[in-house]
Design a protein around this ligand. Structure first.
Ligand SMILES: [Zn+2]
Ligand SMILES: [Zn+2]
Ligand SMILES: [Zn+2]
Ligand SMILES: [Zn+2]
Ligand SMILES: [Zn+2]
Ligand SMILES: [Zn+2]
Ligand SMILES: [Zn+2]
Length: 553
C-alpha cells in the first residue's frame, strides 16, 4: 500500500499544501482554515496485477462507439428543455462512429410525433412508420426484436435504390446511447421510397432515463467507486445508492441550491428525473433495511446514512417507505412558492405565510388608485408599501441639491420658486413624485392637467388650499422620511430645512462658522443637520456650493 494520496475538492486543492505544512509542523499550530478542507484519503494499492483482473484499464469506462478522429472536437447536441419530449435526428455522417450531432426536430413536428406515438398502436409497436413531413421523410421506431430491416421488401417496395444488408439498422447502432436503448427511444428516419437513405433518430424526455440501471460498469459520477443508476442528465451520469441518498438529502436541505444538483447537471426544473430518483432512493433504502450488507464496512456506512436520515428528517426510528419522495415533493413545492414570491407584497409579521400576502397586481389595482399605501394581510397584520430607504435618500438628495430658487418672480404670482419639489399629496399616499417647475405661475401642473394632484410650488399646499390671491409662505426645502402611523403601520411624512440658513451654511466655507440647520417635522421632531448631511453623503461644501451656483439649467 502506498499512502500519501488525497482526493481533494477542486476549489480546495491549493489549500492542501498549506494544510500539509501545518500538519507536519512540530509546534502543531491549530488549523489555519475556518472551514474544513473537502478531502478524502485515497490509498494506492499496488499488487501483482493478474491480467484477467486488471487487463483493460478502460473496462469501467463508458463504452464509446468507434472514437471520432482524435483532432475533431466533440460536437454539441441540441439541448432538451425540461418537460415535453423532443425528437432528434442525427445530423452528419450516419455510419457507426460518424461525425455529427443530434438535432431537434421543430417543436411542432416533435409534438405531432409524440401524439402519434401515443395514439398509433402500430407505430408504437415498431410495426409501421409515420410521415415526418408531407413529401420526403418517414420515421420508424425500432426495438431489439424489430430492427429497421426492409431486405425482404425490395421487390414489392420498388425502392429507388436497393435496400442492402448494410442498410439494416438495429438498436446496437453505435450512434444510439444506452439511455435511448433502455427507455426504448430508438428510431430511424428514412426517405420515402428509398429506405437505404436512412439515419438514426431518437426521442428524449429529459429525466426519463433517471433511475434506470446501466450494466456497462460506468462508475458513480460522485464517488467514482460503485456503479448505479442513471441520473437522467444529458451527460448520461450514473449515481450509486449511497451517493444518491446523500445527494438527495443535501438537495432538499438547501433551498438556495437550485442548479447543478445530484451529479452536477440537474436543475430544479428536472422534476421527471427527481421523481424517478426519489423512488429509486426509497426502494434501495427499504431493500437494504430488509437485507443489510454483510460486509462490516458497508454495514457501518449504511448505519451512518440511516442515522443521518433520521436526524435530518427528524424521524424517531422507523424510516417511512416514501421518505425521499415526500421530502423531494416538499422541496419542489417550496421552490415553486419561492418562485412566486416576487409577485407578492410580503407581510412583515415574522413567520406569516405567503398564502396571507397581497398580490402586487391587486395592490396596484385596488390600493394605489385610492391613495392607500397600507394593507392588512389575511390574518390582519398591518403592512405598508413604502419606497425603500435608498429611494427616499436619493429623492432627499435631489431636492436638497437645489435649495435656491430659480426665479424671484414667477409668472402671474411674482413669487420665488424652486425648480424641484415633491408632490406632498403623493407623499401622503406613500409615493415619491418628483415635480419640476418649468415656467409660469405657482400652480403646478400649469393649467391643472397632467397629474392627478394640483399644488402650489411656493407653499407646497394642495391648490384648493392656496390660490393666486393667497400670499402663501415658503416652508423651506422638503425632506421626506418614513414614520410610524400610530396604528402599527408606517407612512411617509415631509419635513423642512430652512433654506436661508442652509445656503448660509453651504457658502460659509470650512472655517467660517454657520450652523447646518436641522430638518423639522410637523410634530416637532427633528433630524440634526450634520446627521442628515452625513446620511445623504452631502458633506462636501465646495461641491454643494458649485451645485447651487450652477443652478438647475
Ligand atoms: Zn457513489
Ligand atoms: Zn450529470
Ligand atoms: Zn401577516
Ligand atoms: Zn401628486
Ligand atoms: Zn395660474
Ligand atoms: Zn401656495
Ligand atoms: Zn442639479
Amino acid at each position: 500500500v502506498i499512502a500519501g494520496f488525497y482526493q481533494v475538492h477542486k476549489d480546495h486543492a491549493p489549500l492542501m499544501q498549506e494544510l500539509e505544512r501545518c500538519l507536519t509542523d512540530p509546534r502543531s499550530p491549530s488549523s489555519p482554515f475556518t472551514e474544513p478542507l473537502r478531502r478524502r484519503v485515497v490509498l494506492l494499492i499496488e499488487v501483482e496485477r493478474p491480467n484477467f483482473m486488471f487487463g483493460g484499464v478502460d473496462r469501467f469506462r463508458k463504452r464509446r462507439p468507434l472514437e471520432a478522429p482524435k483532432t475533431a472536437p466533440a460536437e454539441e447536441n441540441d439541448s432538451v428543455p425540461p418537460g415535453e419530449a423532443v425528437f432528434q435526428w442525427w445530423w452528419g455522417d450516419p455510419q457507426p462512429g460518424g461525425r455529427g450531432h443530434w438535432k431537434n426536430y421543430h417543436p411542432h413536428v416533435s409534438a405531432r410525433l409524440e401524439e402519434l406515438l401515443a395514439k398509433d398502436e402500430q407505430f408504437r409497436s415498431c410495426a409501421k412508420s409515420v410521415p415526418i413531413d408531407e413529401v420526403r421523410y418517414e420515421l420508424q421506431r425500432i426495438s431489439r426484436d424489430c430492427p429497421f430491416d426492409l431486405l425482404d421488401r425490395n421487390i414489392e417496395g420498388k425502392f429507388r435504390a436497393p435496400f442492402l444488408p448494410e442498410s439494416v439498422m438495429t438498436v446496437d447502432h453505435a450512434l444510439f446511447d444506452d439511455p435511448s436503448r433502455l427507455t426504448n427511444n430508438c428510431f430511424v428516419q428514412f426517405q420515402r421510397g428509398n429506405p437505404s437513405r436512412r439515419r438514426p433518430a431518437r426521442r428524449i424526455r429529459r429525466g426519463e432515463a433517471a433511475g434506470l440501471e446501466l450494466h456497462t460498469g460506468e462508475p458513480c459520477a460522485i464517488c467514482f467507486s460503485d456503479s448505479g443508476v442513471l441520473t437522467g442528465c444529458e451527460k448520461g451520469h450514473v449515481v450509486c445508492s449511497g451517493c444518491l441518498w446523500f445527494a438527495l438529502r443535501a438537495m432538499v436541505g438547501d433551498s438556495g441550491q437550485q442548479e447543478k444538483v445530484i451529479c452536477g447537471c440537474l436543475t430544479s426544473q428536472d422534476t421527471t428525473a427527481f421523481a424517478a430518483l426519489a423512488l429509486r432512493a426509497d426502494s434501495s433504502m427499504q431493500e437494504m433495511l430488509t437485507k443489510p450488507p454483510t460486509n462490516p464496512e458497508s454495514l457501518k456506512e449504511f448505519e451512518m446514512e440511516l442515522a443521518n436520515v433520521r436526524s435530518q428528517f427528524q424521524l424517531s426510528h422507523d424510516i417511512p417507505g416514501d421518505i425521499f419522495r415526500r421530502k423531494v415533493k416538499d422541496w419542489l413545492e417550496m421552490l415553486r412558492q419561492k418562485s412566486l414570491e416576487h409577485l407578492y407584497h410580503a407581510c412583515s409579521h415574522p413567520g406569516c405565510e405567503m398564502g396571507n400576502w397581497l398580490l402586487r397586481a391587486d395592490f396596484d389595482a385596488e390600493y394605489r388608485p385610492k391613495g392607500k399605501c397600507q394593507w392588512a394581510c389575511k390574518l390582519g397584520h398591518k403592512n405598508s408599501v413604502l419606497p425603500s430607504q435608498a429611494d427616499i435618500n436619493e429623492m432627499n438628495r435631489n431636492i436638497l441639491l437645489h435649495p435656491e430658487c430659480y426665479t424671484d418672480r414667477c409668472g402671474h404670482d411674482s413669487m420665488a420658486l424652486r425648480r424641484f419639489m415633491l408632490c406632498a399629496q403623493c407623499v401622503g399616499e406613500g409615493l415619491l413624485t418628483f415635480a419640476v417647475h418649468e415656467s409660469g405661475c405657482k400652480q403646478w401642473p400649469g393649467g391643472g392637467g397632467g397629474h392627478r394632484h394640483v399644488f402650489c410650488f411656493h407653499c407646497g399646499q394642495p391648490w384648493a388650499q392656496c390660490g393666486h390671491q393667497v400670499q402663501c409662505q415658503d416652508p423651506g426645502v422638503q425632506q421626506v422620511r418614513r414614520a410610524d402611523d400610530g396604528r402599527g403601520g408606517e407612512l411617509l411624512e415631509i419635513g423642512f430645512v430652512d433654506a436661508k440658513q442652509y445656503i448660509a451654511w453651504v457658502s460659509g466655507g470650512e472655517t467660517q462658522f454657520a450652523a447646518c440647520p436641522p430638518t423639522l417635522f410637523p410634530n416637532g421632531a427633528q433630524v440634526i443637520g450634520a446627521t442628515r448631511q452625513g446620511i445623504l453623503r452631502m458633506e462636501d461644501k465646495e461641491e454643494l456650493k458649485k451645485g447651487i451656483g450652477e443652478g438647475t439649467r
